[in-house]
Design a protein around this ligand. Sequence first.
Ligand SMILES: [Zn+2]
Length: 246
Amino acid sequence: MGDKQCCPCCGSDQDVIRKGRNDMRTVRHLSVFEKKSYLHVPSIRMHCKRCEVGFVWAYEFVGSKQRYSKCFRSHAVEQALGSTAAHSARMEQAPTSTIQRIHNEAVPAECEWIYEQVWEEAKETSDLVLGVDDFAIKKGHTYNTGIHNLKGETMLDLLPCRKLEELRTYAHVHPDFLLLNPKAVVMDLAQAYHTWISECFPNASRIADRFHVHGYVIKCVQAVRKTVQNTLSPRAKAKLKVAIGC
Ligand SMILES: [Zn+2]
């Protein structure tokens, strides 16, 4: 540990002096052999003579005024992301509310980091295949559009819309989207998606996804079955039913 620390006011350590210490700080750190561990560190008072301000020595391993070390926090968050805050709290022997709070504080940065990673990856992929899919959050009410990198198995974005004009606006305000170079885009048969994607990526193949095509095929085959089944013998009728599987 150095002797000096810069003044938060003037940014210089020129006129900074130590001015005693407060009580010891107790900081929860990573568990050791499954036992809780605490670090007891002096809370050193500093003073800048130029600015006439006092401040407390800032440690690298823990944020100011925090009772859990940065290592503990990131470890707890990692554990909570893989399961739940309650599980992480049990493993870490810490209150669930504390782990939940630490987790919530980490989420925005975590999201931003993941967002950057998945977009970077998608932009660098040479044979990118995108998936565009709509889904309702409240059945029949709010429709959203998910944009996925299908081979990378990542979600790139979630749009709170599925109308053509709104999709166009999205592409307009997210220049990164048009920087993608998909060789194919998989989607359902909605006209808005096909128009939008052909505008954004004229060179990409547009593929109707298997789920929707399968749905249409089954519907057609059912219709044909209904028109012909009454002309068949009972045995042939049963056979047909088994063959179609419904
Ligand atoms: Zn100063």
